[in-house]
Design a protein around this ligand. Structure first.
Ligand code: GLN
Length: 500
């Protein structure tokens, strides 16, 4: 592996600015590694060598001409395949969108292009972001670079694997119930879900609109901060977009790194998100990091959020309800494939049925059916209505404990990466992976996973949750946790893999 691929995005940006490397050299190194490793990992569904190198060359030219550039200009990035970018297919890892090329750029993509980051390609995921292992991709699973017999998490397993295997320093993910954070935890990468509305969802193919949020996938907290500053901020094209200024995350993390502490920090350990159900190694790593935070000067308080017990149930009513509505647009008329019935009349309804039968995988069908059921007239109050009440109770739990503490912490995922096939026959077992990540989505608050340990060769993640609009504090604590835990991403064994 080329030495420069080991560097963080912020370090690479400095090297580019100093003229120690060109964007073409760096982008070529990434593309070569992607080409060499992708047959083994299946992290990318599409690679845009030509487009990425064209951007890189353009940035090198502008830099040589002395133009003022964005700090991350020339640093390559990958996109989860549910964000639309002109000139590349978007599949959401579904057969139904095979061959579809979007006619526009997502707002995040527009900002990335304007800043001059070469986009190397689109990463694998569970179909329409439904899953926790990337096994639900219609194009085959992504393998975990730490152990290729194990899952890289989901739904954003492709972005997490690409970053952890040093194929690219930056990637974007989307998090509806944990799809940035849980893959982060099981691949030793940093993943953040910003406050709902802090990053535009325009051009993100919707899964569950009231929960979806785009965020960074990186190997360091400082990189996540820098990327969030680039993609964040108000967007008139997203009606739920916040009008707040993007907080100065990079400056805040640099200050914490320098000081080695966060002054006056009060940390809440959520009783409901520890203990039973958490693998002993995961629990031990969590306890050790909490002890280190205490030594670093933080006040540690145990808090209780009793409604969190019902978060998973509420999520699996609200999310499928929104899924069933959002995915109604894939009807064989407007996007992607169109399948006509093999016999009988070719009516709109029958084309729709044949297209959806052929185009959607089992998990997507399961959720659409569940969603239409919970929204049906006779069951609406019992299921969807009750779930919305639980959602309010969860938000109240957060409000109450955030009067006492600055951030909440928990393990990100209940276990380390599990083996392929071990949860595919049992949807409930798969859903349990998100037990600790879902409350933040239901309340719209920011949450982040930072690698904090390695046990038996597999990484573990530490979750930090902050109040809505409290992203800055979350990043400060994340930086502290990273500094206390050491370079976990740097231990990924994939770095020794030969590239040819
Ligand atoms: N794993 C969760 C699910 O299957 C979360 C998905 C996501 O965040 N996109 O719904």
């Amino acid at each position: 592996m080329k030495e420069m691929l080991r560097k963080s995005a912020v370090e690479l940006a400095a090297m580019l600015a100093a003229g120690e490397v060109t964007s073409v050299e760096l982008t070529t190194a990434c593309l070569d590694r992607i080409e060499a490793l992708n047959p083994r990992l299946n992290a990318f569904l599409y690679v845009d060598r030509e487009g990425a190198l064209a951007t890189a060359a353009e940035i090198d030219r502008r830099r040589a001409a002395g133009e003022e550039l964005h700090p991350l200009a020339g640093v390559p990035i990958a996109l989860k395949d549910n964000m639309v970018a002109r000139g590349m297919p978007t599949t959401c890892a579904s057969k139904i969108l095979e061959g579809w090329e979007p006619p526009y750029d997502a707002t995040v993509v527009e900002r990335i292009k304007a800043a001059g980051l070469p986009i190397v390609g689109k990463t694998n995921m569970d179909e329409f972001a439904m899953g926790s292992s990337t096994e639900h991709s219609a194009y085959g699973p992504t393998l975990n670079p730490w152990d290729t017999g194990r899952i890289p998490g989901g739904s954003g397993g492709g972005s997490a694997a690409a970053v952890s295997a040093f194929m690219v320093p930056l990637a974007l993910g989307s998090d509806t119930g944990g799809s940035i954070r849980q893959p982060g935890a099981v691949t030793g990468t940093v993943g953040a879900k910003p406050t709902y509305g802090a990053v535009s969802r325009y051009g993100l193919v919707a899964m569950a609109s009231s929960l979806d949020q785009i965020g960074p996938v990186t190997r360091t907290v400082a990189d996540a901060a820098a990327l969030t500053e680039l993609i964040g901020g108000h967007d008139p094209l997203d009606s739920t977009s916040l009008t707040d200024e993007v907080p100065a995350l990079s400056a805040a993390t640099a200050a914490v790194h320098e000081a080695g502490t966060v002054k006056g920090l009060r940390v809440g350990v959520v009783r409901e998100l520890t203990g039973e159900g958490y693998q002993p190694e995961v629990q031990a790593a969590f306890d050790a990091t909490v002890a280190q935070l205490r030594e670093a000067g933080a006040e540690i308080v145990e808090v209780s959020c009793p409604s969190f017990e019902y978060a998973l149930s509420a999520y699996y009513l609200i999310m499928p309800a929104e899924v069933s509505s959002n995915l109604a647009r894939f009807d064989g008329m407007r996007y992607g494939i169109r399948v006509e019935p093999t016999e009988g009349p070719v009516t709109a309804e029958r084309v729709m049925a044949a297209t959806r039968e052929a185009g959607f995988g089992d998990e997507v069908k399961r959720r659409i059916i569940l969603g239409t059921h919970v929204l049906s007239a006779g069951y609406y109050d019992a299921y969807y209505g009750s779930a919305q009440k639980v959602r309010t109770l969860i938000q109240r739990d957060f409000d109450r404990v955030f009067e006492q503490v600055d951030v909440l912490v928990s393990p990100t995922a209940p276990t380390v990466a599990f083996e392929f096939g071990s949860k595919m026959d049992d949807p409930m077992a798969m859903y349990l992976n998100d037990i600790a990540t879902i409350p933040a989505n239901l309340a719209g608050v920011p949450a982040m996973s930072v690698p904090n340990a390695v046990a038996d060769g597999l990484p573990i993640g530490f979750q930090i949750i902050a109040p809505a609009r409290g992203d800055l504090k979350m990043y400060e604590v994340a930086q502290l946790v990273e500094d206390l835990s050491g370079d976990i991403a740097g231990q990924c064994p994939a770095q020794t893999w030969e590239e040819n």
